[in-house]
Design a protein around this ligand. Structure first.
Ligand SMILES: [Zn+2]
Length: 186
């Protein structure tokens, strides 16, 4: 997981990571300042409860779940007839399909979606709040304020130490993992 996050970040600072330390920090700060503003503006046009990608996943699941027959046992337990019959417990966030999507990603599987709809509950209240437009908006609500560089000394570059590459040091040009490319999650 950490490796993937590091690769994502490295992909995001492809040009900056070869700069001196001070120049790299300066450019990353500016990049983040712009990203915060872009995200803040972007979500103003979203009219859905969830961020666009998650809203489309939500709608696709509801479309599939409509064809399942659900038998309600009580307010938390359900039997859902797919190809086979599944047991859903919405209190435990569990389903016998064992996809574990609900526990891992915070988004109910199609059987749980069918159960919640059948019981008349609000599906949004069973989805992780992290996917909500309100959470996204709140995350980017604070600005990174501009800084004038007029008072910065001219020669303040800190370069990495000049070391020769040993025989067992990894290659400079690494093969990037799939996480290195920028992937939207909202
Ligand atoms: Zn399931």
């Amino acid at each position: 997981m950490c490796c993937t996050l590091a690769e994502c970040f490295n992909g995001w600072i492809k040009e900056e990571r070869f700069m001196s330390v001070t120049a790299m920090l300066y450019h990353i700060r500016r990049k983040m300042m712009k990203m915060f503003d872009d995200c803040c503006r972007e979500c103003l046009s979203w009219r859905s409860e969830l961020c666009p990608l998650m809203e489309s996943i939500y709608r696709a699941k509801v479309d599939v779940a409509r064809f399942f027959r659900v038998v309600i046992s009580n307010e938390v337990e359900f039997e859902v007839e797919d190809v086979i019959v599944h047991y859903v417990n919405v209190e435990r966030k569990s389903c016998s399909c064992h996809c574990r999507y609900w526990q891992i990603d915070g988004f109910p599987c199609v059987h749980a979606v069918a159960s919640i709809i059948s019981s008349g509950g609000s599906l949004y209240s069973f989805i992780n709040l992290a996917f909500a437009v309100s959470s996204f908006s709140q995350s980017y609500s604070q600005s990174i304020h501009p800084i004038a560089n007029i008072e910065m000394p001219e020669n303040c570059d800190i370069m990495p130490p000049d070391v020769s590459r040993g025989p067992e040091r990894p290659k400079k040009k690494r093969i990037e993992s799939t996480g290195a490319s920028w992937r939207r999650i909202h």
